[in-house]
Design a protein around this ligand. Structure first.
Ligand SMILES: [Ca+2]
Ligand SMILES: [Ca+2]
Length: 197
């Protein structure tokens, strides 16, 4: 019997290598699942922190006596525990009517073509900037005035804490966003815009 045959028989009898391969087949998927769950958990944790900070800040803002900078500072202070690796973006837009939140400024479609036509259709200049605005620019920046509705958006951008991006084809960074609409206290009078061309 040649040495090669003897080696083949020894390898067939030796189960230690097979156990290691089986162990790897079980452990690698489990390890990946654990990393994915950790990633989801971290994302959920940041999402809940962002939402909680936004709720607290919005309540303070609606009572009044808060400047936009103070609201921003409050939100950032609430998120300061993990802000070193998280970029926080805060946007506040105010609207005079709930029906206008996140939508185009209203207009009267005089020529019935389904779109706003400058100089032809009259529009309601809700944000008072002298022009019709689509949803992206509608509303006023800041906290608005009495009885106004304020649409808060807080977005957090952060790097993944587990090295899955290359392995699973995911992006290196994640993003969570929280939104809230609150109505300011009626501590004054509010003027509604008139339709104009
Ligand atoms: Ca039109
Ligand atoms: Ca406008």
């Amino acid at each position: 019997m040649t040495g090669l045959r003897r080696l083949g028989r020894r390898l067939r009898r030796d189960r230690r290598g097979a156990v290691m391969v089986e162990y790897a087949f079980v452990c690698i998927p489990l390890f990946i699942i654990l990393l994915v769950l950790t990633d989801f958990g971290y994302r959920a944790y940041i999402g809940s922190m962002v939402e909680g900070a936004l709720h607290k800040a919005a309540r303070r803002a609606t009572v009044g006596n808060q400047t936009p900078d103070q609201i921003d500072a409050f939100i950032r202070s609430q998120l300061s525990s993990f802000q070193r690796n998280v970029t926080v973006t805060i946007d506040k837009r105010s609207y005079s009517q709930f029906s206008g939140v996140g939508k185009d400024e209203k207009y009267v479609d005089s020529n019935a073509n389904g779109v706003y036509d400058r100089g032809v259709d009259c529009y309601y200049d809700d944000n008072g900037n002298g022009m019709w605005d689509p949803a992206a620019t509608a509303g006023r920046t800041g906290l608005g005035g009495s009885d106004d509705l304020v649409y808060y958006t807080v977005r957090a951008d952060f790097p993944r804490i587990v090295p899955l991006s290359r392995f699973l084809g995911w992006a290196d960074a994640e993003q969570v966003q929280a939104n809230m609409v609150l109505k300011n206290q009626p501590y004054g009078s509010q003027a509604f815009p008139q339709c104009k061309k």
